[in-house]
Design a protein around this ligand. Structure first.
Ligand code: CDP
Length: 381
């Protein structure tokens, strides 16, 4: 946003913008999913003159280890602008601007990614801006959202982003470079498919009414982006979804069972019947196995109740015939008594053993932390 915006003409006599768009129109967007073979997921996106590429790696073990979270995956997001992406050469490497964009973009994804599914893992999102023309953070989020899907990261839905702003006194969607530089306000927004906002930033000034109008307009923008994202996903994955090779296999299997018939004669009903028959047969087989080993009151030591969650250890009568291979447990070798006040004769020996174990274990921990330090040092280098 600049203060000398008064000299700039933002609309022509037909009310169209400098790039001939209507106020509620977004710039054309092109998307290609799966462009990098070494990333788990990737996406190249053009939005107007913006060109960005997003790559997702993971879920993978988080390094350095101190970044690991016990109950969920850590999500990392790096937005980077190539020095050749802007008119004046951008200084390479991290900057306050790129750190800020990386942070807010990561936060835009945190509520939608099922990170609980991957404790101690990392999901790394990298975005490179190859050509910038205002709106790169929103373009980056849209590309990252698709790269995450391409990587198979489970999410509550897509995240779609779009900017809205005020130029020449009017609220407009998806600001271009002159509008971004000389307009009165710029609000990049990201939202989920059901309209929940995961990123909102604002540069400039708006009245409360203008803010409300902007939020209504940006929802339209994000919905347009969502449609384009979905179309790109369909383009990439429709052929996979149409692959009915499994159905063909089933049809051939049924055809083999029916004399003088080939796969083309098999109807949908026959496939359904076949699948039902197989499921019923499986269910019968499973219940037969279960009933064979179900507990009976009289022989509680020789049989197992597969439904009893409380059973820690099952003692098997060796004379009993069984189809299942059980690991034999030498009861004498196992101390089931947790009571540390146990004063029997062997207690000293046991204590010695456990001390040894503790010492070994602490050595192991020291070694692990030394490894970690080495890793950190490597990284810092
Ligand atoms: O790109 P976005 O609108 O998300 O972020 P911005 O900080 O509002 O930047 C707006 C535009 O200014 C960028 O898209 C670039 O075209 C330009 N810019 C630049 O020319 N040099 C920079 N170092 C940073 C941004």
């Amino acid at each position: 946003m600049s203060s000398n915006q008064t000299d700039v003409v933002f609309f022509d006599e037909n009310g169209l913008r400098t790039d001939q768009r209507k106020p509620d129109e977004i710039r054309p967007m092109k998307i290609k999913i799966g462009v990098l073979s070494r990333a788990n997921g990737s996406c190249y996106l053009e939005w107007g003159a913006n060109k960005v590429i997003a790559a997702v790696y993971g879920p993978r073990e988080a390094h350095p280890r101190r970044m690991q979270l016990a109950g969920k995956a850590v999500i990392r997001y790096r937005y980077n602008m190539q020095s050749f992406s802007v008119e004046d050469r951008a200084r390479p490497g991290p900057s306050r601007r790129s750190s800020e964009i990386s942070k807010v973009s990561r936060e835009a994804f945190e509520p939608v990614i099922f990170s609980d599914a991957y404790p101690k893992a990392a999901i790394d999102i990298f975005v490179e801006v190859l050509q910038a023309d205002a709106g790169t953070r929103t373009a980056a989020i849209n590309a990252a959202s698709l790269a995450l899907v391409d990587a198979g990261i489970p999410m509550r839905g897509l995240v779609s982003a779009c900017a809205v702003g005020k130029v020449g006194g009017k609220i407009v969607l998806d600001l271009n470079k002159p509008e971004d530089n000389y307009g009165e306000a710029d609000l990049p927004i990201a939202m989920t498919e059901d309209g929940k906002i995961t990123l909102v930033q604002m540069d400039g000034h708006l009245t409360p009414d203008e803010f409300t109008e902007a939020m209504e307009l940006v929802q339209k923008g994000c919905r347009q982006v969502l449609e384009i994202q979905k179309a790109a996903l369909l383009e990439k994955y429709a052929s996979v979804m149409d692959d009915d090779s499994e159905i063909v296999e089933i049809e051939e299997e049924i055809a083999e069972d029916i004399e003088d018939s080939d796969a083309d004669d098999i109807t949908d009903e026959m496939v359904d019947d076949f699948v039902n028959q197989v499921s019923e047969r499986l269910a019968r087989d499973i219940s037969a196995v279960i009933s064979e080993y179900e507990v009976s009151d009289e022989t509680s030591e020789s049989t197992i109740d597969l439904f009893d969650d409380d059973i820690d250890l099952v003692i098997i009568d060796e004379d009993e015939e069984s189809d299942i291979d059980f690991i034999e447990i030498d009861e004498d070798a196992v101390d089931f008594d947790d009571d540390s006040d146990d004063e029997d004769d062997d207690s000293d020996d046991e204590d010695d053993d456990s001390d040894d174990e503790t010492e070994d274990f602490s050595k192991e921990i020291d070694k692990t932390s030394a490894d970690d330090e080495e890793f950190d040092d490597d990284e810092e280098e």
